[in-house]
Design a protein around this ligand. Sequence first.
Ligand code: CA
Length: 435
Amino acid sequence: MNDKEFEKRRRQLMRMVGPGGIAILPSAPVRTRSRDVEYRFRQDSDFYYLTGFPEPEAVAVLVPGRENGEYLMFCRERDPARELWDGHRAGQDGAIEAYGADDAFPIEDLDDILPGIMESCERVYYTMGMYAEFDTRMADWVNTLRSKLSKGVQSPHEFVALDHLLHDMRLFKSKGEISAMRKSARVAVEAHKRAMRMARPGLYEYEVEAELRYEFRRNGGWVSYNPIVGGGANACILHYVENNAPLKDGDLLLIDAGCEIDYYASDITRTFPVNGRFTPEQRALYQVVYDAQQAAIAKTVAGNHWNEPHDAAVTAITKGLKKLGLLDGSVARLIKDEAYQQFYMHRTGHWIGMDVHDVGDYKVGDEWRMLEPGMVTTVEPGIYTGNSRKVPKQFRNIGIRIEDDVAVTSKGPDVLSKGLVSDAEGIEALMNASA
Ligand code: CA
């Protein structure tokens, strides 16, 4: 993302905050994995969205209309000795020169400087409940200011949920963001192709997972969530991440995996036969999920509401399951009674962007939100038969999901992950093509 885009976002937010307001955003904390080993640092999405600043121990402050600078950054000081161990720090000069801050201060001075700036503001825009430690500091500053009230010191009297404004901005992706997401999807597409080509009976699920991670890393990406690589009945466990079983001849393999590149996520699922050929039962069920996904994608258009793709998927799945004898009754009745939930128990999509399950409201008041150009959602219907005795034996323990990332545009659905085949014939052709 270029510097102009970060600046544009800050301007947009500051227009909404307005004079008299102050927005305060802490960076993500460094988290411990085990003993003295840390997780790889990942910047907080909201903080990064506005600053592009990748370091921990930083606080961004936006004060629209402030004469001595509207955009302030508190961050770590340069420290050659520490940088030798932990890597480069931008320091205060870097925050100003490379990241566009109007002024910058050492993070150690936060307690001394920030309350003084808050003092002259009426409204504080802050996201409560994300980082407990920072919430406490915020409460301390406010209490200190209040205790000075009698001495004539002003104090902010209104707290506004910053996430409410910011997450509505993040819901609408710019051109630059869509192209970042397209890149993230393209790398995930290659990773899935790689997995399909190498899968065969006898391999372990983690060996397939390794192929995905290899493709992500060689493109400068990371996993955007823990990949699900589930063979056979494991595909019926929705959040299966053990990925440690051997792949069996005759089973399907469900892979739900995506990457994050330049802070934008992809999230793709494909289900394919371990040996490269669907059995008739697998193919029949697969076709139902495929038809449901096609129906749902067709409904992912501007002017429809959020739930219309899901409704379309539910109808297609219910019809398909009835045709195969897994559900019995009238389609209308089966939908009303939610009979399909025995086989399809999750929703058809979620917003995707900087976070895999991205921010943004799905409802406005009591109504489903309208889809508008710039929104990006996954479309991911599935069928999971489980091992119930009520399910005919040949259909038991099959889990199938097909998931793509779809941008809503003025010209209809734009499937960002369309480079990856999803129909049964296409999958068999890819798996059986000689290299
Ligand atoms: Ca997924």
